[in-house]
Design a protein around this ligand. Structure first.
Ligand code: SF4
Length: 322
């Protein structure tokens, strides 16, 4: 199987920094992690082996942990919760990503301006819960269908950092249409690593038959990469490790794209990449969009182009994980 890696994929600086901060903790048995430091099972297991306690993301919002120390994940928490922990005397290790902090700051600016705050993102996601934990008047919108006429003269919109840019634009337009008498301000708070990974997938899609996305099942940005491919008519397979690969499905394809969410360890990407390279396609798959167009201009059928095994010149085969 031919494997083309996305030009931007895998772990972002925010997650790397959070993991490093956890590694520097010298008394892990005395520290409770509020939720998952990243949505990555391998990282969770490694932290548990070191002795860290962990509480469920939602449950972690209530009450105080039993340990003297507490670690805030890259997803952040509300200022209220932060103060509660500090007042209780807990030692706080804060690994909140600076780009999540930026979302909090923007939402607070809107609140101070007296705006009704709309957060584009997933209700119940820990990052969104942290942002809305400091707001009184707000709505969380995940789909254009969730948009209402909120009857507020001034609206401020922010995005969960891992929102797909096209989704944010759709929802922003729906908000403007449903609230024609409101003065609306929008802060694009989608983080750069998310945008880079989304754009890289869009670049890949015309060259591939199937997109394999490596990342935790609970990772929003991982899920969004798979959804992006499916929304453009390209099959996607989301896996946490090579053992999750559906080999029967893969054998029906010839060219796979490979990408990974922002909390995926390099080792997991390597492992999946190696497994993909070992797949022997059963039969010719349909031509990719790029191959079909090239074949049309050459005057040959896409299948002839297939047999040659040629790839579009822009295709970056295998990449650093070959
Ligand atoms: S995905 Fe973006 S916001 Fe989240 S930790 Fe990474 S860089 Fe920060």
């Amino acid at each position: 199987m031919k494997v083309i890696c996305a030009s931007a994929l895998g772990m972002c600086f925010g997650v790397r920094d959070a993991i490093r901060a956890a590694e520097r903790v010298t008394d892990p048995a005395g520290v409770t992690i509020l939720g998952e430091i990243v949505h990555n099972p391998a990282v969770q297991e490694a932290l548990a082996r070191r002795g860290f306690k962990a509480v469920d993301e939602a449950a972690g919002r209530d009450g105080l942990p039993s340990t003297p120390g507490v670690l805030i994940t890259a997803h952040g928490i509300s200022h209220r919760r932060h103060s509660e922990l500090e007042v209780s005397g807990r030692r706080v290790v804060d690994t909140t990503c600076p780009l999540v902090r930026h979302v909090h700051d923007c939402a607070q600016r809107f609140r101070q301006e007296g705006r009704f705050v709309v957060v584009i993102g997933r209700a119940g996601h820990v990052e969104v819960m942290g942002i809305t934990g400091d707001l009184e008047h707000f709505a969380v919108v995940d789909e254009p269908e969730d948009v209402r006429d909120w009857g507020h003269p001034r609206i401020g919109i922010v995005c969960q950092s891992t929102t797909p840019p096209h989704r944010a634009e759709e929802i922003r337009a729906a908000i403007a249409a449903a609230n024609p008498h409101s003065e609306i301000e929008f802060y694009d708070t989608i983080c750069r690593p998310t945008k880079d990974r989304q754009r890289a997938v869009l670049d890949l899609l015309p060259q591939i038959d199937i997109l394999v996305v490596v990342g935790g099942r609970r990772s929003n940005n991982t899920r969004q990469l798979a959804l992006l491919a499916e929304s453009r008519g390209v099959e996607a397979m989301q896996v946490e490790c090579a053992a999750d690969l559906d080999m029967d499905r893969l054998r029906r394809h010839r060219v796979a794209g490979l990408t990974a969410g922002t909390s995926t360890l390099d080792g997991a990407i390597h492992e999946v990449h190696r497994a993909l390279l070992s797949v022997k396609p059963e039969r010719k798959s349909r031509p990719t969009a790029v191959e079909a167009v090239c074949a049309m201009f050459r005057g040959c059928s896409p299948d002839e182009n297939h047999d040659s095994g040629r790839m579009a010149p822009s295709a970056r085969a295998a990449g650093p994980w070959k």
